[in-house]
Design a protein around this ligand. Structure first.
Ligand SMILES: [Zn+2]
Length: 134
């Protein structure tokens, strides 16, 4: 990888490489950097969680109110899809750096492929697409 980045292409995101926890052999679906977790991929049921209360105990003299988290479930993400998302996210810094290098080598040929690549880079870096002539 080259070290000739200009200041405007220095990433704001956590530097790569990122990796899947335990080389993809873990059930936590956490994406890790060298120093800290970056993301946890949603898997299984997903929805909005909210606090709720319930009565617990065997008799009226023994009852207590207990707080717990309830979920309004909107759907479920299967393990195969979550695992694919996990690996894709872990590869994101490498994919971005590679695409930036390729686009830099292309210059600006003003082709649909170049614009798709530039748009993907802009999406990944929260930047506006600057299209200028060669
Ligand atoms: Zn893990």
């Amino acid at each position: 990888m080259s070290n000739d980045r200009t200041p405007e292409t220095t990433p704001d995101h956590t530097p790569g490489p990122w990796r899947t926890c335990r080389k993809g052999e873990c059930s936590c679906f956490t994406v890790m950097s060298d120093n800290h977790p970056v993301a946890e991929v949603t898997h299984g049921d997903w929805g909005d969680n909210y606090p709720a209360l319930r009565l617990v105990g065997d008799s009226t003299f023994d009852q207590k109110i207990e707080a717990y988290m309830e979920q309004i479930t909107y759907g479920s993400i299967g393990e195969k899809t979550a695992r694919a998302n996990w690996h894709l996210i872990a590869a994101a810094p490498d994919l971005l750096a590679s695409l930036q290098e390729i686009v830099a080598e292309w210059g600006c040929p003003n082709t649909p492929k170049w614009h798709r690549a530039a748009s993907a880079i802009a999406k990944a870096t929260c930047a506006h697409v600057e299209v200028s002539g060669p």
